[in-house]
Design a protein. Structure first.
Length: 416
């Protein structure tokens, strides 16, 4: 088959959306010829990676806006407007390409967000949408625990989703999709409400087999002190303030314990003040921003991952922790709730802040007190990643989807 992939975010060697885009390209190109529409930002890294390990069946088309139409985009700032305008340009490039190539299908892989459109859905070709996420929300009971910045963010995000859901191009994207793929059931419900005729849940997060093999070589940890790690940008939605409060309760029972937070962000000063107020000086360490390789090294030096995030559609770090053989303690929300099972970690309901802190502390203590349980969960986590969260198995599932779409398109062509 000849497939056109829309991968606005696509870059090797990264996690999050760029890593998702890159890995879908790699895997789909094992089976089909793919043309990849992506932005210029990752071109240098893509070309460098291709020089080392070519992808013969993939062709990259780099597209960006004119300089006068993108001067305001600085990093994350302005990314949403840039993406929207980029999609307009991508449509005209895709239409010209389709006249030359005659694609069998179009597949949108990034942005992984249900409330932004892709104009490629307007082309007269079978269109697969996703996996996309973004349908998850912070429980309202927890809004009072957020900083002012965090509360504003949540309101703006809710408004953005509402506007997106009422954008006629988003609704058209949903209606045109022969299949919508959602990262979570929360997102699946919103996609169905937009008019997407068929929606299935397929988490977008996975690791390459070589990564799984390397991470699986890291030994289980038994030496003191008992150490908890949280990894990610220091944002209100990651729930690290709950992690600090839960760790403060753990300290009373396990004083020889430590809490490491890896990452940086706008909530750092607030979290540092909270740690001081809770009497955790010397017990909590803020590592700041580190490379992914260093983050995985730090993960190997800890006993479990604490990930109390409120609305992660994916949650790469949970899969990485399981691959390293570390149990995961998380809220029973979003992507992590699909990744973590009773065998690989402990999921805590998010009913109220007091209840969540109490249950998170109890979950951490249970694992601190039982090294054998940590070992069993760690081993089960490794097996779960190997079976369900490696890119090769994701590719096999996607190829079955491509076959079904191809058969359906052939049947429709014969009818007409």
């Amino acid at each position: 088959m000849k497939a056109l992939l829309s991968a606005y975010a696509c870059e090797p060697g990264l996690g999050s959306e760029p890593g998702v885009g890159w890995n879908w390209v790699r895997q789909i190109a094992r089976f089909h010829d793919v043309w990849v529409l992506t932005q210029n930002e990752g071109q240098r890294e893509i070309e460098s990676a291709l020089a080392v390990q070519p992808i013969p069946r993939a062709r990259f088309i780099y597209l960006d806006l004119p300089a006068w139409a993108r001067f305001w985009k600085k990093g994350r700032r302005g990314a949403q407007l840039h993406y929207y305008l980029w999609q307009v340009g991508a449509f005209f490039v895709a239409r010209r390409l389709h006249r030359e190539v005659r694609f069998d299908l179009i597949h949108h892989v990034t942005f992984v967000r249900y409330w932004t459109p892709t104009f490629l859905a307007l082309l007269p070709i079978p269109f697969i949408w996703g996996p996309v996420g973004g349908g998850e929300s912070s429980p309202r009971a927890f809004l009072s625990t957020f900083s002012l910045r965090g509360r504003i963010y949540e309101r703006v995000r809710d408004l953005g989703r509402w506007l997106g859901e009422h954008d006629p191009f988003v609704r058209q994207t949903a209606r045109k999709a022969v299949l919508g793929l959602a990262t979570t059931e929360e997102t699946a419900k919103r996609m169905r409400a937009l008019g997407c005729p068929t929606v299935e849940v397929l988490p977008a997060v996975a690791l390459a087999e070589e990564e799984i093999e390397e991470l699986g070589k890291l030994p289980l940890r038994t030496a003191p002190p008992f150490r908890v790690l949280s990894l990610g940008r220091l944002l209100h939605l990651k729930g690290f303030h709950l992690g600090l409060e839960a760790f403060a309760e753990l300290q009373r029972a396990v004083p020889e314990s430590e809490y490491w937070l890896t990452g940086d962000g706008p909530e750092r000063k607030r979290l540092e003040r909270l740690a001081h107020r809770l009497g955790l000086d010397g017990k909590v360490r803020f590592w700041g921003a580190v490379t992914r390789a260093r983050a995985l090294e730090l993960l190997a030096e800890c006993d479990l991952l604490l990930h109390p995030s409120f609305h992660d559609s994916g949650g790469y770090v949970c899969v990485e922790a399981m691959a390293v053989g570390r149990p995961v303690v998380c809220l029973d929300l979003g992507g992590p709730a699909l990744q973590v099972t009773e065998e690989t970690g402990i999921k805590v309901p998010a009913i109220s802040p007091e209840q969540a802190v109490r249950d998170l502390a109890a979950a951490i203590y249970k694992l601190a007190a039982d090294p054998d349980l940590r070992a069993r969960m760690g081993q089960a986590g490794r097996q779960r990643v190997e079976q369900h969260f490696n890119w090769e198995s994701k590719a096999s599932a996607m190829m079955e989807i491509y076959k079904a779409v191809g058969r359906s398109a052939s049947t429709e062509t014969r009818r007409t």
